[in-house]
Write a protein that binds this ligand. Structure first.
Ligand code: G3P
Length: 217
């Protein structure tokens, strides 16, 4: 499974990238707001830091303006991925941009039928939002499973990018189901390493090692 980091904060991306954990980055208007940065400037900086795709989202909702904004975003860097809303205009733009050779990420997916439409529009990625469905007492992971089955039934190339991930369990379950990518907030990505038995075991090993009086090298 590929890991994308879901943030527009450059220092957070740098830290995780240095650990070798970042296969790409996703941003959205809320994350740009949180970063306090200009969308073009910060996206350019992120694109230069990571090798993988960096999703930047259009803010327009009508086809013509979406295409104008997409042209601006596409110029930022070669590894840009244009993020589009799951609307009829967004899907039309997805089809046009994909046909022009751009990478696309169709976002705000909350149903299997929406994901089916995105695949038919040639999306590179579909972003089903797990956490926001869970917030409504609907199991977001069921949606990931439905999309996996539909995409496999018809051999769609669109990659499932599990989004709105809130817990380490979301990451595990999305991986078990077979999502291609999880986009994960930095704190959750770092939390994946944690296990109390690892800490306890390491503490015991270090204590015993100190008793040997040895050093390595
Ligand atoms: O990738 C989409 C993600 O940023 C949305 O997450 O927590 O705002 O639902 P959240």
């Amino acid at each position: 499974m590929k890991f994308f980091v879901d943030t527009a904060v450059v220092d957070e991306i740098k830290e995780l990238n240095d650990l070798g954990l970042v296969d790409g980055v996703t941003t959205n208007p809320s994350l740009i707001l949180k970063s306090g940065r200009d969308i073009i400037e910060v996206t350019k900086e992120i694109c230069s830091l990571v090798d993988g795709p960096v999703s930047a989202e259009v803010a327009a909702t009508d086809y013509e303006t979406i295409m104008k904004e997409a042209a601006v975003i596409a110029k930022i860097a070669d590894n840009i991925c244009i993020k589009l809303p799951l609307t009829l205009d967004g899907l039309k733009a997805c089809k046009a941009l994909t046909s022009d050779g751009h990478k696309t990420n169709v976002t705000l997916c909350f149903s299997a039928n929406q994901a089916l439409l995105a695949a038919k529009a040639g999306a590179t990625y579909i972003s089903p939002f797990i956490g926001r469905l869970d917030d409504m007492a609907i199991d977001g992971l069921d949606l990931i499973a439905e999309i996996r089955q539909i995409y496999d039934n018809y051999d769609y190339d669109t990659q499932i990018l599990a989004a709105s991930i809130r817990t380490v369990n979301h990451v595990k379950e999305a991986a078990l189901i077979g999502a291609d990518v999880s986009t994960v907030p930095p704190s959750t990505l770092k939390a994946l390493v944690k296990h109390p038995l690892t800490d306890k075991g390491l503490e015991a090993f270090l204590a015993d090692w100190a008793k040997t009086g040895q050093t390595i090298g």
